[in-house]
Design a protein around this ligand. Structure first.
Ligand SMILES: [Fe+2]
Length: 191
């Protein structure tokens, strides 16, 4: 499946790797016993979360202008399409991987793709949603330039409790802010 992603273009593969690595970092912020999926399954799900996009018309993903309602509907099909691909490759795919892929676009306020809200969203999918959004924001997209880490973390904080699990978003912003600060301080002291 990794080959399918790599062949689909450098952008999707890079985003998949970055999201998976961020997911592993963020999972460490959860209180013990809260995670409802095994770590290695969540890492796999994060690597494959957007694999359904390879079934979409590629022009849709690189479109720089606003999407039409029909185009939005097509884009929203990528989580179930991804689950179908994963199940086709391995019918025994663990439920934790399936749930994390299927619900990675749910929002805490229930306004996501399937309308799950709050605690009804699998915890793994909530972590994946924050990691996915972070990497998307710090990457150049056809419709906007990349944000800085500081700007992206401010967005995560601003959307805590609406788009994102509030505790997770606040913890992620605090934790990554500290890492970014330390990196910059270390880099500056080496000059
Ligand atoms: Fe996605």
């Amino acid at each position: 499946m990794a080959t399918k992603l790599k062949n689909s273009g450098a952008g999707l593969w890079r985003h998949s790797l970055n999201t998976a690595n961020l997911t592993l970092m963020l999972v460490e912020l959860l209180p013990p016993g809260v995670l409802d999926v095994r770590r290695e399954e969540l890492y796999t799900a994060a690597l494959l979360h957007d694999i359904g996009k390879i079934k979409l018309e590629q022009g849709l993903l690189s479109k720089s202008g606003p999407l039409t309602p029909d185009e939005w509907l097509a884009i929203r099909r990528h989580p179930p399409l991804g689950v179908a691909i994963v199940r086709q490759m391995d019918p025994e795919t663990p439920a934790g991987i399936i749930g994390s892929i299927l619900y990675h676009h749910e929002r805490w306020d229930g306004k996501g793709y399937f309308g799950l809200a709050g605690a009804d969203i699998p915890v793994g999918a909530r972590v994946l949603a924050v990691a996915d959004a972070l990497d998307a924001m710090i990457s150049n997209r056809p419709y906007r330039p990349r944000l800085s880490w500081e700007e992206a973390l401010a967005e995560i904080e601003r959307n805590a409790g609406t788009q994102f699990d509030p505790d997770l978003a606040a913890g992620a912003a605090r934790y990554l802010h500290n890492i970014v600060e330390t990196r910059f301080r270390t880099a500056a002291s080496c000059l």
